[in-house]
Design a protein around this ligand. Structure first.
Ligand code: SF4
Length: 336
């Protein structure tokens, strides 16, 4: 069990790789053989929300193709700077549901912990791209957030979110997990992470062992949006997690120019199943300022979902939902 193993004194391979993430738009364009004409817009947009992409993810992007669906998720564009009606800095009502110390309580029996603002990749459509991480993160004072949770006996499940919770070191995760496991009312732990997709080395034996040892029922929700994100390098880590008893789910965001075709979404569901992951949600875009160029209308989303429904068995069909601030659950958007 991880508690008896000494923490590594040197950065692990995945941490070294994380440190090599590309953050300079000029370098991104050069590595991907993209035209210089994209540079000025990328620099302007990156000044507001920096570019960040791992070398593994770069390796999945087609060279010389400005329309590549994976590139579109990470390349800063001038469009992000255009205001659009209804697109706001807090599209899912996080601030109204924030209790302090990184704790967000929206849904019955569940509480979400924002544990870090760090991510291995900066998704241009990120609904928390304007989140005040410096002021509100559970890691600033883990004891305080655990004390708050102790006074919430109705909470059965804690969701680790961010930022990306797997960008934390195993040592920091361990402190958090040790504390959560002491809360008698908790039954489940859910981790939302895009990190395995963009840095498969993150699924270390040490991490898998710690999750396997938890008394909580653990699920990991990946955030894959396109079938090409499920690279062969991901398979061993996901298999180890499955063997450790971790439930693997996926939620995607429906994104214009990325996955807004039924064939792509069907292929994504098939690829997820091949990797032992079940599709869970297909989210309509949260209308965060800077992301309007990714939006797909509700009508179009409904039509796409009906096409998917005709192509896939029910267990591979993600539920089409939208998050509406103040509502007690995600709002189903599927046609009756
Ligand atoms: S990994 Fe998640 S939290 Fe991080 S930028 Fe992407 S969508 Fe946002």
């Amino acid at each position: 069990m991880i508690t008896s193993a000494p923490a590594p004194s040197q950065p692990e391979d995945w941490q070294r790789e994380l440190a090599r993430a590309v953050s300079d738009p000029a370098e991104l364009l050069r590595l991907l053989e993209l035209p210089d004409s994209l540079l000025a817009g990328a620099q302007r947009a990156a000044a507001t929300f920096p570019l960040r992409v791992t070398r593994h993810y770069l390796g999945l992007i087609r060279r010389g193709d400005p329309g590549d669906p994976l590139l579109r998720q990470v390349l800063p564009l001038d469009e992000e700077r255009h205001p659009a009606p209804g697109f706001v800095t807090d599209p899912v009502g996080d601030s109204a549901a924030a209790l302090g110390d990184g704790l967000i309580h929206k849904y019955h029996g569940r509480a979400l912990l924002v544990v870090t603002g760090a991510c291995a990749i900066h998704c241009r459509y990120c609904f928390r791209r304007h989140y005040p991480y410096a002021e509100d993160s559970a890691l600033r004072d883990p004891a305080a957030v655990l004390a708050r949770l102790r006074k919430m006996p109705e909470i059965r499940e804690v969701i680790l979110s961010g930022g990306d919770p797997l960008s934390l070191s195993d040592g920091r995760l361990q402190v958090l997990l040790d504390g959560l496991e002491e809360l008698p009312q908790l039954r489940r732990l859910r981790i939302h992470s895009r990190l395995p997709l963009v840095l498969p080395e993150r699924l270390t034996g040490r991490l898998v062992s710690r999750l396997a040892a938890s008394r909580l029922g653990v699920s990991l929700v990946l955030h894959a949006n396109h079938p090409r994100e499920l690279a062969p390098a991901l398979r061993p880590g996901l298999r180890a997690l499955r063997e450790a008893g971790v439930t693997l789910l996926n939620q995607s965001v429906l994104l214009r120019g990325v996955n807004d075709e039924a064939a792509t979404l069907a292929e994504l569901s098939e690829a997820l199943f091949d990797h032992g992951v079940l599709p869970y949600y297909l989210h309509l875009l949260d209308p965060v300022a800077g992301s309007a160029h990714f939006a797909v209308s509700s009508d179009e989303a409904g039509a796409l979902h009906r096409q998917l429904c005709a192509q896939l068995p029910g267990y591979l069909l993600p539920r089409l939902v939208r998050e509406v601030p103040g509502e007690p659950s995600k709002r189903p958007m599927e046609a009756p």
